[in-house]
Design a protein around this ligand. Sequence first.
Ligand code: SF4
Ligand code: FES
Length: 379
Amino acid sequence: MTALPARLDSKERVAPPVALLAELTHRCPLGCPYCSNPLALDARADELDTSEWARVFSQAAALGVLHAHLSGGEPAARHDLALIVAHCAKAGLYTNLITSGIGLTVDRIKELADAGLDHAQLSIQDSDASSADRIAGYNGAFSRKQAVAEWIVQAGLPLTANAVIHRANILRAGAIVRLAVALGARRVEIAHTQFYGWALANRAALMPTAAQAESAIAEVEALKKTYAGIIVIDHVIPDYHARYPKACMGGWAKRGLNITPSGKALPCHAAETIPDLVFWNVRDRSIEDIWTNSPAFNAFRGEDWMREPCRSCPRKTIDYGGCRCQALALSGDAREADPVCHLSPHHNKVLKVAVLAAQGEDAGAAAFSYRRMPLREPA
Ligand code: SF4
Ligand code: FES
């Protein structure tokens, strides 16, 4: 059970968020087994409509948000995507489309660029076509993405390639960086799998061995020097093989917020896994009210909620105790230090899970449990 702190005094100043990630829909043609969406997906009939999203972005811009990340599911499943982009641009927000590429055409990309889109992030599942299609759970995804990357670059939009690294593609982490260069990306994000939600459900199939992780990390770090000035490589190191946790979300309710397709405001994409948190909805409350007063956002703000060893640790202002959702998933209590930290009393569980998952009989060969929600789900 997670005891929630009292609501912050409304006079207490909370710095405004920098970014808002909008899950415009959970519909998606792909079925990636590490999807960041929750296991229970929002139905199309519950999605915010165009005017509701417009209100959200206007309120966010007025509060001080600078970046609008348009995500999903697959945001291109929304027929009003260009209208939403145009509204964000009018509100002065920097717009970033996070897409699988499926559903985008050369005309649609041009329409988005004309509407004011600033940047596109395209997911890449692997550098090997058949493996990429298997990971995505969609035949032909790899070749379609190559065409989409070309259209994005031709439209004059800066392109980032995103790749989630796991057991099925870790031997090609370097090849994925080279693919991103060939596609004309200016930036590539090589993110080793974070085990929440769908990735947690698929952990046996996705967990690499420690040796695989170390070798991939060394290869990608070396490529940063090789490709300096050609492509920026953002490298997210695998949690389970680290000594200290990451500052998840840059700190709970410190820098950004996520809005689900049905309007729930979350401090992070996995926050709904934490029991007893109450999430306010943008249909009922303004973004400013949610950011400042929502019990879920205030639950782990600041340091009052921290226990030892975080409470007296000098790194608490660097990593904020790590990830609350991972603390819950691995220790059973979201107020604990992230067990990835070697100072956590639960750290042995991480080591055990990492070793057992990677050495299990079915490791790497286990069938994926795909996340499925078709584009044409009836409204
Ligand atoms: Fe971070 Fe807590 Fe570990 Fe210190 S004890 S490094 S604050 S997780
Ligand atoms: Fe929720 Fe890290 S994913 S705090």
